[in-house]
Design a protein around this ligand. Sequence first.
Ligand SMILES: O=P(O)(O)OC[C@H]1O[C@H](O)[C@H](O)[C@@H](O)[C@@H]1O
Length: 619
Amino acid sequence: MASISGFCSSSPAAALKPRRLLAPGKPPLPRPIASPCTLRSIARDISADLSTSSSLSSFQKPAAIEKDPINLWRRYVDWLYQHKELGLYLDVSRIGFTEEFFDSMEPKLQKAFVHMKELEKGAIANPDEGRMVGHYWLRNPKLAPNSFLRLQIENTLESICDFADQIISGKIKPPSSPEGRFTQVLSVGIGGSALGPQFVAEALAPDNPPLKIRFIDNTDPAGIDHQIAQLGPELASTLVIVISKSGGTPETRNGLLEVQKAFRDAGLNFAKQGVAITQENSLLDNTARIEGWLSRFPMFDWVGGRTSEMSAVGLLPAALQSIDIKEMLAGASLMDEANRTTEVKNNPAALLALCWYWASDGVGSKDMVVLPYKDSLLLFSRYLQQLVMESLGKEFDLDGNRVNQGLSVYGNKGSTDQHAYIQQLREGVHNFFVTFIEVLRDRPPGHDWELEPGVTCGDYLFGMLQGTRSALYANNRESISVTVQEVTPRSVGALIALYERAVGIYASLVNINAYHQPGVEAGKKAAGEVLALQKRVLAVLNAASCTEPVEPLTLDEIADRCHTPEQIEMIYKIIVHMAANDRALIAEGSCGSPRSIKVFLGECNIDELFKPATPSAKG
Ligand SMILES: O=P(O)(O)OC[C@H]1O[C@H](O)[C@H](O)[C@@H](O)[C@@H]1O
């Protein structure tokens, strides 16, 4: 193994001292016994206590990371990972892990490899939901645990390619477009049903795709109106793809209802232009079937939303933009293959996971800043945010211990971000590590020119990346660099596969389920309760506004009549929102003085009074 002198603790005894999370150079402080502590520090302590002898708690991070340029170069060469066929490099030399750390992690990594192997063979790797985790089969259907699943994958891919060909060639036409063919795709979906397609469109769509894609990924009415307004008369030649694994996500349902209304208003037949990507027999699937939509593609139970880019979710939108989806799959498959070796140094995903573990102390103590130096990769960090944070951000580990795990991800692109927040990264709070994504090819051959003697525009970008990496490192800020030759379907497929696997391995290292998202439900449930309360408020206001004379109500009176005095603040917020949208009138007072306001409804709706009572969230 490489000599990385200067990286190691000075003596074996020092290596066994309990590790402290300190700025380099500071002497270790005794752990406070009963001082006030943050949730994060509690989580960190619990996690440290739970860890075994192979965890970071056995180590002390070096006081300062290697600065000698020759030693650093040796470290660079010794640790450089290269995937020849993909033209992808991974440089972990600027992460200061020690040999002892590396060796101590070996058993955990070997265990992680076993988990990944079992997962690929079809084990129930998502135990809470009792599900297999099969995104790796999508790019290598032969791996699927049975021939039924293999055929499902192969047939879906074939039907995606056929459908996209027929749409692009104009064999399948929109019923009432003067263009005679589809020119636009409007993708409606959220989370894993949007982020991958958005990232890939930004990274790979040609300048003039056969169909231009746009997205509705929220329940923001103004955002939806904006997308529809921009389509204008081209709505008639727009293929609407509604994507939802569950088929019941409210934001996506609302997007669909809004788009369907726009079609009705324009006198268009939505069904002839609508496509659903969802699980069989979901609400969305049934709607699409009953309404006779143009087509339906399956989403599989064993593919999670955030790992669905290589399923119909990602492949259909990409194919419609003439992105070579088979190349994307090939890139992912090659990367998966590389990630199956049990030799850590030759396993890029394991190396990444190891670096994350080192840099964030195995408890997410540092954030991961992702900086692609290439405009087309702008959305990579946003895509990774869901992949990493929804997978790793967990309250409990697989044994039921409270661990509050996670790894925060943010970033946009270099060198743009250099003019925004790199100042803080260089000199401010030291709570992050960086991942640089470097693309060697600046622009297609034959287009380059020197904007000053010997220097091209791309040389500047290169210089900015290297300069930032060095400047950060000089101030003890660690970084990883991932280098690809070009942004192609193959390299993008490989990048996605690399991070998917790194997340899986890291999850094994910290013993959590990376494939469920129990925390997301809490927000959804609370949102449902707010809407249920709003309906009760409306019913109460409606009753009071239908009297003669109209009876404006105070917030206390509304809360009282809703039988939810404890919800008065939420009722106030509901009133303010309704008033701002012309659905309620404030008779007295102003929103700024909640106690003073009296409210009635702008329009009394007698029918509303005779509707059956709205079921409340509180029963
Ligand atoms: O694809 P859908 O079922 O509509 O789900 C969309 C998103 O919903 C939730 O937020 C989940 O946490 C995400 O993982 C998922 O991607």
